[in-house]
Design a protein around this ligand. Structure first.
Ligand code: ARG
Ligand code: ZN
Length: 853
């Protein structure tokens, strides 16, 4: 039975399940519309559960299941239907539960539980999808070993763990590691494997496979290498070894998220694993490497040690994101990676913190847990791990991790358990630090400087603005990495970590000859907003001389932002301080090309809108768009004499998707964007014709589209790639993302009628409508057409796929930033969505929270 009345679940109400499981046996008789699932589960009373009636209630989750039969110790029983599942009377001793249910994968458009994607059976069980497969205590603190028999008329039949038996029309798998149901997976289809092998540090041979649909087998080599690199890295860096005989990855076209870490059988959105130079951009390669690592790293941080309840989601996600970030930094460049991380953190997490959806990294309540797979849980969760490590040092961090793995292997645990390991190895009290998990909002850190007799004093003041349900905020522990640069440009004090714990606190640097310039929040050492009085000359000075690459970039960014804000607010011409500083970075051969490309990039329109709001100015999206376009033209003029040469110099030879090659291409294509404003697209058109890789082909097309050109190339692109789903997603996306503001909704509407558009494929839906919401001036066009169009499609999608609908409704989270007319239009659309009959619990929760702003 579906849980009809949505209700709120609280962290404080946690109680253990009344029973433990001694083993699960499942048999799947696959059928598109009538799959039979037989379960045989050995239960025993849980001595750790409180002896309350509720604790001993035998309740099994189940949704959209057709119960055929149920037995206890071999005797047929008739369970009672209750909200969200069933209840049965059971003996006060160990017993065996058996059930047979029928489900319909073919009609499962929510892509949760067992469903079909292009003729292939696959599953997604996190967070609460297993209850759509069979009756079960579908909660992460119930861990069990699984034996799974898959019967079906398909060549490849996969599940978790190690293969046990294989015969005509069936396969049996056994997973020896106890796991919660959310890590269950099954795949069946006509698939081809790209094989590989890895020998672990203790000499264990592991068979590796990437399984794909016929036709995609040429796109697996890069992912396979990334998997091997990840396995090696986790051994070298965390001492963690793989623990099964086989590791399978499957690529699936229809998937709500990026990928899923099911034990021994990772399932990936095909966009996050398939790669080839012809079809994938450098950014795709980098993302694929990171996601393969992320899912692999979950084997220890998530699977061997899992979460006690879903409030602890950041325990596995924040930590695993932190681990994949460090891996990517080691594989590529830490400096570039850090800047990219901060860009995403600010664009997504700071944005979330600033609006009605703000919540703590460990939330205290939820209606639908799928709505909490957020930038806050993931990205801010990762920042907390980085801060912890910076505060206690690398050695103590590793020791604490070792202790955590040793102490909690095989358990479902909490943030308290995680922190206790570090308290033990360091002897530190982490009580105040722990507030990072419970207090929502981005702290504002104000800095003042004073200089006297060779002593520089930095005084910081921290405040965190109120967020929904949290008006009062306490001071946080903030690690502030800082260094000092002398007037001649030499570093006089290298990076040191100032540990701030009070609301206001001063730090002094003594014995200095001349007044230095402070470089503060190096490497973005805490997820805060730093406010300091600093003029453009000082910024340009730090941009030229700072030894910290993040701060160097940050100063260029601050100059660009100030320039744009002044242009928007009163039409001020861009300052030469900015234009000259950018030019000198751009031509400085000693700097990494990837860094130079990032420095040339301008702040996004969304970022500028928030900056205006913070300054008390109502943002006009059209004005922001125009100012940014104007600055692009001014930059193109100002850099005229260096652009062609930079374009030539950064040509790469044969395509290799590594840091060096992608850095050069990124600089070259950023330059091409400006060049296209001056040569009517001649250079970009030539590159488009000649490109032998997607990075350059798509880069050239984007340069043309953002100069208002490229109609012919769009057509050529479509006829070349019409049979490649992932490349066609790019084709859909680019047209909407780079449409002029007054055209964006029309283009999206038109593309939603294209024969290759389908609302059922999340990648395609996001390509069109995600791009529409990312086109800031287009989405917020004064006509309100884009608001209406998005709402229409969200309403249509909700009936099929609540999870993706709810996620995409987040586009409206910033609505209170804008003027009264826009707010009224958005409110009307949100209310229209909310009034839809049978609206999902997912979307109801999201839209209500957004409206409550
Ligand atoms: N655990 C997956 C990952 O981060 C994400 C699964 C998200 N699933 C969901 N239903 N929201 O790798
Ligand atoms: Zn994850």
């Amino acid at each position: 039975m579906k849980d009809a009345a949505p209700h709120t679940i609280y962290l404080k109400d946690y109680t253990p399940f009344g029973y433990r499981i001694d083993g699960v046996e499942l048999t799947f008789k696959l059928h598109q519309t009538a799959t039979r699932v037989l379960s045989k589960i050995a239960f025993a009373p849980n001595p750790e559960a409180p002896d309350t009636t509720d604790g001993k209630r035998f309740f099994l989750h189940g949704e959209e299941l057709n119960l055929i039969s149920a037995k206890i110790d071999g005797v047929p029983v008739t369970p009672r239907d209750v909200a969200g599942g069933i209840e049965v009377d059971v003996p006060d001793a160990p017993f065996v539960w058996e059930a047979e249910v029928e489900i319909s994968p073919e009609t499962n458009t929510a892509l949760e539980g067992l469903y079909m994607s292009n003729g292939m059976y696959c599953t997604q069980c996190e967070a609460e999808g297993f209850r759509k497969i069979t009756y079960y205590p579908d909660r992460p603190d119930v861990m069990a070993t699984f034996t799974v028999r898959v019967e079906g008329d398909l060549p490849v039949l996969l599940s978790n763990g190690n293969p046990v038996e294989r015969g005509e029309g069936f396969a049996v798998w056994h997973d020896p590691w106890p796991k919660p149901s959310y890590l269950f997976a099954l795949v069946a289809g006509d698939l081809i494997n790209h094989p590989g092998a890895f020998t672990t540090k203790s000499g264990k041979e592991v068979e590796l496979n990437i399984w794909v649909r016929p036709g995609d087998e040429g796109k697996c080599a890069f992912g396979m290498q990334a998997l091997k690199d990840s396995m090696k890295w986790d051994e070298d860096t965390y001492g963690r070894e793989y623990d099964l005989d086989i590791f399978n990855i499957v690529a699936v076209d229809d998937f709500n998220m990026g990928a899923m870490e099911n034990k021994g059988l990772n399932i990936f959105n095909s966009s996050c694993v398939l790669a080839s130079k012809e079809t994938s951009t450098d950014a795709n390669f980098e993302r694929i490497e990171g996601i393969i690592a992320h899912e692999y790293f979950h084997n220890w941080t998530g699977n061997r040690i899992t979460c006690r309840d879903w409030f602890q989601l950041c325990l596995k996600e924040g930590l695993t994101v932190y681990r994949d970030q460090m891996f990517s930094g080691d594989m590529r460049s830490h400096a570039v990676k850090r800047i990219e991380e901060v860009l995403t953190l600010r664009a997504r997490q700071f944005r979330e913190d600033n609006g009605p959806l703000a919540h703590p990294v460990r939330p205290e309540s939820f209606v639908e847990i799928n709505n909490f797979y957020t930038a806050t849980v993931y990205e801010k969760g990762a920042e907390i791990i980085g801060m912890l490590r910076r505060l206690i040092g690398d050695e103590a961090y590793r020791k604490g991790c070792d202790l955590y793995f040793e102490r909690h292997d095989g358990q479902a645990v909490t943030i308290e358990d995680w922190l206790a390991s570090f308290e033990e190895v360091t002897g530190r009290d982490l009580a105040q630090f722990k507030q990072w998990y419970s207090q929502a909002g981005t702290p504002r850190l104000k800095m003042e400087e004073s200089w006297e007799d060779g002593t520089l004093t930095l005084t910081f003041n921290q405040t965190t603005p109120p967020t929904p349900g949290q008006n009062e905020k306490n001071p946080q522990v903030i690690p502030i990495a800082a260094g000092l640069i002398g007037p001649n440009g030499d570093e006089v004090v290298p990076t040191t970590v100032l540990e701030m714990t009070e609301a206001t606190q001063s730090f002094t640097f003594e014995g200095l000859g001349a007044r230095p310039v402070a470089s503060v929040l190096r490497d973005f050492s805490a997820p805060v907003i730093l406010e300091r009085e600093i003029d453009n000359d000082t910024r340009a000075f730090l941009l030229a001389h700072d030894t910290d690459p993040f701060q160097k970039w940050e100063m260029g960014r601050a100059l660009a932002k100030d320039t744009l804000i002044a242009m928007i607010v009163d039409g001020t011409e861009p300052s030469h301080a900015y234009l000259d500083a950018i030019k000198s970075v751009l031509v400085d051969d000693s700097l990494d090309p990837a860094f130079r490309a990032l420095s040339l990039g301008l702040p996004s329109q969304d970022d500028l809108a928030q900056t205006l709001v913070d300054a008390g100015v109502s943002p006009d999206p059209q004005r922001i768009y125009e100012a940014r376009e104007q600055l692009r033209h001014i930059l193109a003029d100002h850099l005229q004499d260096v652009l062609p040469e930079l374009y030539q110099e950064n040509e790469t030879g044969a395509f290799v998707p590594d840091a060096e090659g992608s850095g050069k291409r990124s600089l070259r294509l950023t330059v091409l964007g400006l060049l296209s404003l001056q040569d009517s697209g001649a250079t970009a058109k030539a590159l488009f014709k000649r490109a032998d890789n997607m990075t350059e082909q798509a880069g050239a097309l984007q340069a043309l589209l953002s100069a208002g050109l490229g109609a012919e190339e769009l057509q050529a692109f479509e006829s070349q790639w019409k049979d490649d789903r992932l490349v066609m997603d790019k084709w859909f996306m680019m047209q909407v993302a780079f449409a002029a503001p007054e055209k964006a909704s029309e283009v999206a509407q038109h593309l939603s009628q294209h024969p290759a558009f389908t609302i059922k494929n999340p990648n395609r839906f996001r390509a069109v409508f995600g791009a529409l919401t990312a086109n800031h001036a287009g989405f917020h066009h004064a006509s309100g057409a884009a608001y209406r169009l998005l709402a229409d499609h969200l309403i249509a999608l909700d009936a099929l796929n609540p999870q993706t609908t709810a996620r995409m409704s987040g586009a409206f989270e910033t609505w209170k930033r804008y003027d009264a007319d826009r707010q009224a239009m958005i409110r009307a659309e949100l209310e229209r969505i909310l009034a839809t009959p049978n609206l999902s619990r997912d979307t109801t929760e999201m839209v209500s929270r957004i409206l409550s702003a």
